[in-house]
Design a protein around this ligand. Structure first.
Ligand code: ADP
Length: 405
């Protein structure tokens, strides 16, 4: 009885020891595995029971790593897009505090924007109202405003952030350029129709007068025909100038660049305008400072000079002078056409390079208001600048630069 008890007891002890040993081995194995997972080490386990767990964890870990790196790539792509985006993007949380603003938003509203309230960041009350409406209704909102201080025309689109309750996503588009282009186009069409109306009305009146009998009048007939000729010439010139302008603006005119002597350009432009100046009783002189050669399209730069000299002669009274000069300055040659003419009021000075702009339509000559606009485009196509200084009653000086490059 006793021996049976001891045998049973001994077997019990052995089984208990075996289980305890196995239990502690499993614990050790688990601890090792946990450490390996924690340290990101390669998972290995000698225990057969744990090796299956190790391989499952290992597979999970590589899937997770793959997803993580995909999401990292996605995030850096998104951040590059947001950095380069010309539209401003702001993300606000439920309290209305800006959590993120891309560089374009900071350029529009000033930086830093993160941490500020939306109202502080976007400042304009119409825009803030649109953001509030979006929060209240949960519906996307759009608002456009003109910011008087910066003369920017902005459009705001606010959409609820689906991932954050109460959060919003604000997209700000700067439509200033688009609006400006629309205005320019509208002005152009209305100016053009206005400019065409006057000569067409004259032509109609002149032909009607001829039809009504003036044609057989030996004195009035030729006079009216002469006036018709003048009007048709003016219309032809306008059509030609418009064509030139549109070609230059759309980049269809290719500059034929070569090294040219600025003094030679002044000389040939002055020779072309010599007769006209003489007829107007205006002295046309060339001051030669002999600057170095410029890389330019000689015919086009000469066209600019001719346009400027043409105006200078037109707006200078008999006995006045027009002086042409060229000098070197900071890597460019500055050409100047100076006259002692009627001058330009300071209010008009900034606008004379606009298409069809004429200071006073009743002033001498019947220009189209396109000459300076064409000159500006040609100069800018060369990478230069054109500007004018003037005093009313004392004369004007028109300058333009052509880089020597
Ligand atoms: P236009 O064909 O009418 O001369 P431009 O574009 O050449 O057109 O010039 C625009 C306007 O600028 C002119 O109508 C004139 O009022 C003014 N202007 C240009 N050059 C001069 C100048 N040298 N002196 C005075 N006014 C000038």
């Amino acid at each position: 009885m006793n021996s049976a008890f001891f045998v049973g007891f001994a077997i019990g002890i052995v089984v208990a020891v075996l289980f305890a040993w196995r239990y502690f081995a499993l614990r050790r194995g688990l601890r090792n595995l946990t450490d390996q997972v924690k340290n990101g080490d390669k998972l290995s386990n000698s225990s057969r029971d744990l090796s299956e767990l190790a391989s499952v964890v290992s597979a999970q870990r590589s899937t997770f790593n793959l997803q993580l790196s995909a999401s990292d790539t996605e995030r850096s792509r998104l951040s590059a897009i947001l950095d380069q985006l010309t539209d401003g993007v702001l993300i606000a949380d439920a309290d209305g505090s800006v959590q993120f603003a891309n560089p374009a938003a900071e350029k529009l509203f000033g930086s830093p924007l993160a941490g500020r309230s939306v109202a502080e960041a976007i400042r304009h009350h119409f825009l803030v109202d649109a953001w509030r409406r979006c929060r209240e209704t949960g519906e996307p909102q759009t608002e456009s405003v003109e910011v008087p201080a910066s003369r920017h025309f902005l459009q705001l689109i606010v959409i609820p952030d689906r991932d954050t309750r109460g959060g919003t996503l604000l997209l700000v588009q700067d439509l200033t350029r688009v609006r400006k282009l629309e205005t320019v186009r509208r002005d152009f069409v209305s100016n053009l129709s206005h400019e065409l109306r006057t000569p067409l009305a004259s032509l109609k009146a002149l032909t009607e007068t001829l039809q009504d009998g003036a044609l057989s009048d030996p004195e009035a007939g030729p006079r009216f025909l002469g006036r018709i000729h003048t009007e048709v010439d003016a219309l032809t010139q306008m059509a030609q100038e418009l064509l030139d302008l549109s070609k230059i603006e759309s980049g269809q005119v290719e500059l034929v660049l070569r090294m040219v002597d600025p003094s030679a350009l002044l000389k040939s432009a002055s020779e072309r305008m010599h007769v006209q100046a003489e007829r107007a009783g205006v002295e046309l002189t060339v001051e030669t400072a002999a600057p170095r050669e410029v890389n330019a399209d000689a015919a086009r730069v000469e066209q600019v000079l001719v346009n400027l000299i043409h105006n200078a002669v037109k707006f200078t009274r008999r006995g006045g002078t027009v002086t042409l000069s060229a000098k070197e300055e900071e890597g460019a040659v500055i050409f100047a056409v100076r006259d002692t003419g009627v001058g330009i009021p300071s209010d008009d000075l900034s606008r004379i390079f606009e298409r069809f702009y004429r200071v006073d339509k009743s002033r001498v000559g019947s220009g189209t208001g396109l000459g300076l606009s064409i000159a500006k485009h040609i100069v800018e196509a060369h990478g230069g600048k054109i500007w004018a200084e003037s005093r009313e009653g004392e004369g004007s000086v028109f300058c333009f630069s052509i880089p020597m490059g």
